[in-house]
Design a protein around this ligand. Structure first.
Ligand code: HEC
Length: 292
């Protein structure tokens, strides 16, 4: 009994910390694709990846020829269009960046992304890639609203351009900051034993205003009004979103190359069980016919 209570308390405190992590925006869902559309999207994603990411992030569990086979690309096309280094078709998709120097340049070494779609989830990745914004307080003038103070530069600037939080968003975030400061100050007064009137009401009111502001931020984000472009890139916002969906579909494939095969097989297995179930039932009926 004691053990069960301990486990339950642990679960509860875990979910509480998750709730306390706060609001992470944008919070969009990765568009779903299947069949040929998914294969084509993954092919485009592979291209975006090798052109923009592989230099820093290796995929150390993935070989070029396996990728070519799974994504229905011929070895020749792979060699001609995807592999720019002197890598061979059977090589692992890694780079030659040395971890120590990388850590010196960026503060943190760029991690291998073989399993990132599983550890972070595809929605998180889709939002992260679209969340770089202008922030003068950062060393390179950029930040990321999904991964705060990230060490990765905004490498897709030529594609996306530069975006900034809209004035409305900045205003709402200001309101939240002020309300939080209010709450902290009032709590301190209470802790010090102040008996002044209306302190707990003040806290409640501030919490309410945080809630309202957060709801408004979510609405703005869902309407695509969280950021606005201050410098245009080569792609329109819709094209850029699509390109990031391609990239994430590719990373999703890399994280579990057998996934599509598994799903395809799974349907046949289920159909077989269903068919065999029917046969077994008819057989049972036939056997018991004379006994009943
Ligand atoms: C110039 C080097 C560089 C390039 C190019 C680059 N990144 Fe990064 N990336 C980094 C660094 C450094 C970090 C670690 C940041 C940190 O932990 O603060 C990082 C972190 C990340 C993370 C977060 C990993 C985590 O800890 O969860 C993801 C996802 C990611 N990069 C994806 C990409 C993708 C996709 C591309 C290609 C469009 C790309 N990166 C291109 C340097 C780079």
């Amino acid at each position: 009994m004691k053990k069960i209570i301990m486990i339950l308390t642990a679960c509860l405190s875990l979910s509480l910390t998750a709730a306390e992590e706060g609001l992470v925006l944008p919070h969009d869902k990765l568009p779903k694709l299947s069949g040929d559309a998914l294969t084509i999207s993954m092919q485009r994603g592979l291209q975006v990846y090798t052109n923009n990411c592989l230099g820093c992030h290796g995929l150390s569990f993935q070989r070029y020829n396996r990728t070519a086979k799974d994504l229905e690309i011929s070895d020749e096309a792979m060699l001609e269009n995807i592999i720019f280094s002197d890598a061979k078709i059977g090589d692992l998709m890694t780079n030659t960046m040395r971890e120590k120097s990388a850590a010196n340049w960026f503060g943190t070494a760029p991690p291998d992304l073989s399993l990132i779609a599983r550890s972070r989830g595809t929605d998180w990745l889709y939002n992260y890639m679209r969340a770089f914004y202008q922030d003068e307080s950062r060393p390179y003038g950029m930040n990321n609203s999904v991964f705060k103070d990230v060490g990765m530069p905004h490498v897709l600037e030529t594609m996306q351009g530069i975006q900034t939080k809209t004035d409305k968003v900045k205003g709402l975030e200001n309101t939240i900051e002020m309300a939080k400061a209010d709450i902290a100050a009032t709590r301190k007064l209470l802790e010090e034993g102040s008996t002044a009137e209306g302190l707990s009401e003040k806290i409640e009111k501030a919490q309410e205003s945080i809630h309202v502001a957060e709801e408004e931020l979510k609405t703005l984000s869902a309407a695509g009004e969280y950021f606005s472009l201050v410098k245009e890139g080569k792609l329109s916002p819709e094209e850029f979103n699509q390109s990031m969906a391609d990239l994430v579909h590719f990373l999703d494939y890399v994280a579990e190359p057998i996934k599509r095969e598994r799903q395809r097989l799974g349907i046949w297995v289920l159909l077989f069980i269903l068919g065999f179930g029917c046969v077994a039932y008819l057989l049972k009926k036939e056997y018991w016919k004379d006994i009943h």
